[in-house]
Design a protein around this ligand. Structure first.
Ligand SMILES: Cc1ncc(C[n+]2csc(CCOP(=O)(O)OP(=O)(O)O)c2C)c(N)n1
Length: 253
């Protein structure tokens, strides 16, 4: 009989309970990343650089080396590591608060610089760990712990679209937005995460995947409602798309 260990191999510690809240999208993305690392056979040379927030737990569930960077600075840490050990595979795993608020400068310069690292932003539309405050990616009208009347674009600006901001940068080799809203989306997301690692293995440049996920606790919703809100409201603004795929171009040559 096949066991979970046969399927997941060594990367995912399948017997360790997640500290993520029930229904949290981090659980799905963490699993997808672990499956990718296992499938590509890169576990022993991969380093996870995690941000501050719930995503900072992701490496606890993997048999993998990791660095916990200071808030928002994972891409800078990852670049330093990659330049020192270019044969290793380096990825960052960061929340939307970590990456698009305090860490916005780091990730944009990393993308523009084009160093072949893989960055994954888990966008759950709030600062999850600290109690569901508005983040740069909260939707207009979204009620959060700090926007009791909903995000008002005149006061708080518009939700940040990171992949769209990176689209014009030549250093970017893979750029996509995916979601975990339903099983089809998860299959597409698995492909994008794999592509983002393969781009790095081939040294093609910077790779970025934004994952749109629910945070039932931060949204103050039950799991089913949080998934519905993500699939309808969040995806209506954050449209899933592969923006750049130089991997495909390199295969065609
Ligand atoms: C320099 C600094 N400022 C603020 C904090 C408080 N803090 C902890 S986690 C976090 C953000 C978490 O939000 P996000 O990155 O969206 O991740 P999530 O928890 O939602 O996955 C903040 C602001 C901190 N730890 N360090």
């Amino acid at each position: 009989m096949q066991t979970l260990a046969d399927y997941y191999g060594k990367t995912l510690k399948f017997d360790k309970l997640f500290a993520y809240c029930p229904g949290c999208g981090h659980g799905v993305v963490t699993r997808l990343v672990a499956e990718t690392i296992e499938a590509l056979g890169i576990r022993e040379k991969t380093i996870s650089v995690v941000g501050i927030g719930c995503g900072g737990f992701s490496h606890h569930y993997m048999e993998i080396d990791a660095i916990e960077a200071i808030h928002g600075r994972s891409p800078a840490t990852a670049i330093g590591y990659k330049m020192g050990l270019p044969d290793n595979i380096v990825y960052t795993y960061q929340g939307d608060g970590d990456m698009s608020a305090i860490g916005l400068a780091e990730v944009l310069h990393a993308a523009n610089r084009g160093v072949p690292i893989t960055c994954i932003m888990i966008n759950n539309s709030v600062f999850g760990m600290t109690g569901g405050q508005m983040s740069p990616t909260s939707l207009v009208g979204q009620v959060t712990a700090t926007t009791s009347k909903g995000r008002d674009e005149k006061t708080h600006g518009h939700p940040l679209l990171l992949p769209e901001m990176m689209q014009a940068m030549d250093g970017v080799a893979y750029l996509a937005r995916e979601s975990v809203a339903d099983h089809k989306s998860i299959l597409k997301a698995a492909k994008s995460i794999r592509n983002a690692f393969e781009c790095q293995i081939k040294g093609l440049g910077f790779a970025f995947v934004e994952m749109i996920v629910p945070c039932p606790t931060g949204l103050r919703m039950n799991v089913a409602d949080a998934y519905e809100w993500t699939g309808k409201q969040a995806l209506n603004y954050f449209k899933p798309q592969v923006f750049i795929n130089k991997l495909e171009q390199s295969r065609e040559v």
